[in-house]
Ligand binder design. Structure first.
Ligand SMILES: [Cu+2]
Length: 494
């Protein structure tokens, strides 16, 4: 916390720490206090892109860092506070940071367009826009820096958050390898089906299950579905493995808002609340009607906000299990003084592939206004594991034809996945609504990233209200960098 600027965020913690009795049913923050957020433009925050040493499985690794004004990863904004940030590049190499899911002007989106080149090493760049509330994240859009942990939470509190009297817990997930991303990519693109020690060999579209690959799942039709392009060395929850998980001590009453962020480069997770039941209240930062459950799929780049009321004064692990594998990571929510026992690094069973079981149940609290699309773009998702290359409409980034949209249009994008792998598709600069799954209409979640399962279709819709150049891509890093990205462009942008 930035102590001079954030009295509202600290009030409850200070009261708890000082032992002052609090009646749990009385809202602890009067509205007048919440409204006292900094005036626009008054508080300029510093974010530093750098490097650090992270110890994983007992071995040190050199990774990137994104450290905010309170010395911790990322930035948390108060209600009404501007995204007024100086980004200092101390990473020793050019970088550019994307504010994933936020809706800034396109020149502040953090994508390496010719007009907005990466920040040279040693330079500082300023940003100033009005952020939208919710659970977001930031990550490098330069090369494959994201795989080397150039990622951090970006949380924007709403006034309702401040009134809610819930303990905020952020859980950010990563996949980690001691190999460089370039080595991992080389292992994929040079793979010719022989088993390598690094990335697993692909099954391609061959329907050949004989390789025994852990990544191949039988879909029931005899077709092989590809999961997990890469064999990672570890899966991290807030930078730690289950051998030494983060233990978050819960406050009396145990009312938690869990902000889940899948910041992995190529891994889809199932969130497993174990003995707990949670209520999903937001997807990709946007409110949804409450959905209760204990296991939730979380595709790459997606976020979920889950309300959890702990049933007692025990210790409760929150697991994230890799699809198609037993491997998992996680954190522990534990009441003060509750003993925390050692957790097995593997679940008893392989997790199934992530799917749209939750997506089908999600309904936006605030849907798009009813309106027929003015333009519908159809996008074919294609590619294969061998040779390893992925495309949109048979084009490979950067050699793409922009999808043109005009300000004021209702735009629909129908995505047809012709591959045997699921693709988490992300649109920059706009919040879209999921309006159809395999042709079945729904008034689904407003969000910025949606999973398109193998041989399936998903249709999204949005209002073209943010002129510029916007990337639209698969968020599996190795699909993006081998071609699975295109551009949505408004006319008149040069
Ligand atoms: Cu993909």
């Amino acid at each position: 916390m930035r102590e001079n600027e954030k009295p509202t965020l600290l009030t409850r913690r200070h009261i708890l720490a000082s032992g002052v009795a609090m009646a749990g049913t009385i809202p602890f923050l009067p509205i007048t206090r919440v409204a006292a957020a900094p005036e626009p433009g008054t508080a300029k925050l510093r974010l530093t892109a750098g490097t650090r040493t992270l110890v994983v499985n007992g071995k040190p690794a050199r990774v990137f860092s994104l450290i905010g004004p309170n010395g911790k990863p990322g930035i948390t904004f108060s209600p009404g506070e501007r995204f007024h940030v100086d980004l200092a590049n101390r990473a020793g190499t050019p970088t550019i940071i994307h504010w994933h899911g936020q809706l800034p002007p396109w020149t502040q989106d953090g994508f390496p367009w010719p007009q907005t080149p990466p920040i040279p090493a040693g330079d500082t760049q300023s940003y100033d826009y009005a952020p939208i509330p919710g659970t977001f994240w930031m990550h490098s859009h330069q090369g494959m820096q994201e795989q080397s942990l150039m990622t951090a939470p970006l949380i924007v509190h709403s006034i309702e958050d401040m009134r809610a009297d819930r303990q905020e817990v952020v859980l950010m997930l990563h996949d980690f390898s001691f190999h460089t991303p370039e080595e991992l990519l080389a292992g994929l693109t040079k793979s010719n089906g022989s088993q390598s020690a690094m990335p697993k060999s692909g099954t391609g579209n061959s329907m050949d299950m004989s390789s025994g690959s852990m990544g191949a799942m039988n879909m029931g039709s005899g077709m092989a579905m590809d999961l997990n392009d890469i064999d990672y060395d570890a899966f991290l929850a807030n930078d730690r493995t289950l051998a030494d998980p983060e233990v978050i001590r819960t406050e009396p009453g145990g009312r938690v808002r869990l902000r889940l962020i899948n910041a992995a480069s190529a891994t889809e997770f199932w969130i497993d609340l174990g003995a707990l039941t949670g209520t999903v209240v937001a997807a990709d930062g946007h409110p949804v009607r409450p959905v209760r459950g204990t296991r939730f799929p979380l595709a790459i780049a997606q976020r979920l906000d889950v309300l959890i009321d702990l049933p007692g004064n025990g210790a409760y692990p929150i697991f994230a299990q890799v699809e198609g594998k037993q491997a998992r990571t996680g954190i522990v929510l534990a009441a003060s003084g509750a003993p925390v026992s050692r957790l097995a690094a593997e679940a008893a069973e392989n997790a199934p592939p992530v799917d749209l079981s939750l997506e089908r149940r999600l309904e936006a609290v605030t849907s798009l206004a009813p309106r027929a699309p003015d333009v519908t773009h159809r996008v074919i998702l294609a590619g294969a594991m061998a040779p390893y290359a992925w495309s949109l409409n048979n084009e490979y980034w950067p050699n793409v034809t922009p999808l043109m949209i005009t300000r004021g249009q209702r735009v629909a994008i129908e995505m047809l996945n012709h591959t045997m792998m699921a693709h988490p598709m992300h649109l920059h600069g706009h919040a879209f609504q999921v309006v159809a799954i395999n042709g079945a209409r729904l008034a689904g979640a407003m969000r910025d990233t949606v999973l398109v399962p193998p041989m399936s279709s998903v249709t999204i819709a949005f209002d073209a209200d943010n002129p510029g150049r916007w990337a639209f891509h698969c968020h599996i890093l190795y699909h993006q960098v081998t071609g699975m990205m295109t551009e949505l462009r408004y006319p008149g942008i040069i």
